[in-house]
Design a protein around this ligand. Structure first.
Ligand SMILES: N[C@@H](CCC(=O)N[C@@H](CS)C(=O)NCC(=O)O)C(=O)O
Length: 234
């Protein structure tokens, strides 16, 4: 049984992390049995969430996890995809994970308004006694990382303009298709669902959330993925 180490949370989504939600959604899509396990920075091979334990071996980084488990379980999700579809999937993945993600950090962690709500979500992951020290410390660390990435050095308007452009590009590729690459879900849909669902969370209102909520094709896609792979969730 796969152990999925991530942040246990009682929230509107199963995880506040798009990377954790990606892996958990993908495990469901692939039909691989798993159990959730608590994540600690000390136990994580790369200090990030998620990681999995598969046959006693730790695998870190969501993309490595999907690649290794696809081979280990002979997962057929992407069988038959054309080279062009695989390229589209890769570019969409990079856009969401390596670029739009940093815009999402802006509205949750950097903006004072977003942080006023999101700090409670982060706080709920931590022992009560440690919260007063760890919550501001984590925020400082995220702020530092957004500057180190580079996007965080831009004015807020530019960061959000770029993140909205990323989401528009994904919406344009999706169009009126059921899933990103056609009428059946592929691995890339775990990525797209995880990121779009995180942006659309209504409990954290912000411009990205408003932008995505105004796109019926995106909201229908989120509902479709949720209905198919997270049906038991409220
Ligand atoms: N490339 C990694 C990114 C994972 C990642 O950034 N996870 C965040 C949570 S959303 C994390 O653990 N951040 C803690 C840190 O950066 O110290 C993956 O695909 O798994």
């Amino acid at each position: 049984m796969i152990e999925l180490h991530q942040f246990p949370i009682d929230w509107v989504l199963p995880s506040p992390s798009p990377f954790c939600l990606k892996v958990e959604t993908w495990l469901r899509m692939a039909g691989i049995p798993y159990e959730n396990a608590a994540w600690t920075p000390q136990s994580a091979p790369m200090g990030k969430a998620p990681f999995v334990v598969h046959e006693g071996r730790k695998l870190a980084d969501s993309s490595v996890i999907l690649r290794e488990l696809t081979a280990a379980y002979d997962v057929q999700l992407d069988v038959g995809l054309s080279a062009e579809s695989r390229a589209t999937a890769l570019l969409v993945q990079r856009t969401l994970e390596e670029h739009a993600y940093w815009g999402m950090l802006q509205v949750r962690w950097v903006d004072d308004a977003g942080w006023a709500s999101y700090r409670h979500v982060i706080g709920s992951l931590l022992p009560a006694l440690a919260r007063p020290v760890l919550v501001p410390m984590l925020r400082r660390s995220v702020l530092k990382s957004t500057r180190a990435h580079g996007l965080g050095r831009h004015p807020r308007g530019e960061i959000l303009r770029r993140a909205c452009a990323d989401l528009d590009a994904v919406a344009a590729i999706l169009g009126d298709r059921q899933f990103l690459l056609g009428d059946q879900p592929r691995s890339i849909d775990a990525v797209v669902y995880a990121f779009l669902a995180q942006v659309a969370v209504v409990e954290l209102p912000n411009e990205l959330q408003e932008h995505v909520s105004a796109k019926p094709e995106i909201m229908a896609y989120i509902a479709r993925m949720k209905g198919r792979f997270w049906a038991e969730d409220p």
